[in-house]
Design a protein around this ligand. Structure first.
Ligand SMILES: [Fe+2]
Length: 157
């Protein structure tokens, strides 16, 4: 049955397209966080190994929320690794070695980048596309990323 929630079809499509890019970013960041969990080395191994696990579990929930928001708008979520790589703004490359601080610096950049992308879309979601629900959803999502970024950044002082 057709999605009839008071948002024009073209506007729902535009929002779903932006959310698909966000889903790709969230998914790439999920994998990068697992990389940190698996491959980190150093005297602080035990604590950061556990910390990165907490982070990727949290990240998995964010991935799920974005995909399900796309479905609520009547669109299908991209769900292949190939499509994620085509859509993402993030890079998989990391040249910062296997230390905890190297991984943390990389993850902070990615969270910051997602925060900026979301912030740049909130007004369009509400005012251009008349989708207050998505504007509200991504505002909450942005705040979660801001909290994670703060915690990651606190390791780098
Ligand atoms: Fe593990």
């Amino acid at each position: 049955m057709k999605t009839k929630i008071g948002i024009k079809e073209a506007d729902r499509a535009a929002v779903a397209e932006a959310l698909s890019k966000l889903l790709a970013d969230e998914s790439v960041l999920y994998t990068k966080t697992r990389n940190a969990h698996w491959n980190v080395e150093g005297p602080d191994f035990h604590s950061v190994h556990i910390y990165f696990e907490e982070l990727y579990n949290q990240q998995a929930e964010l991935v799920d929320e974005v995909a399900e928001r796309i479905r609520q708008l009547g669109h299908y979520a991209p769900a292949s690794l190939k499509s994620f790589l085509e859509l993402t703004h993030l890079t998989e490359l990391s040249a910062k070695g296997n230390t905890s601080l190297g991984f943390i610096a990389e993850l902070v950049q990615d969270h910051d980048s997602i925060i900026e992308f979301i912030r740049g879309n909130i007004t369009d979601f509400s005012e251009k596309y008349n989708d207050e629900g998505t504007a509200d959803f991504v505002t909450g999502l942005m705040e979660k990323h801001e909290k994670i970024a703060w915690m990651l950044r606190s390791h780098l002082k």
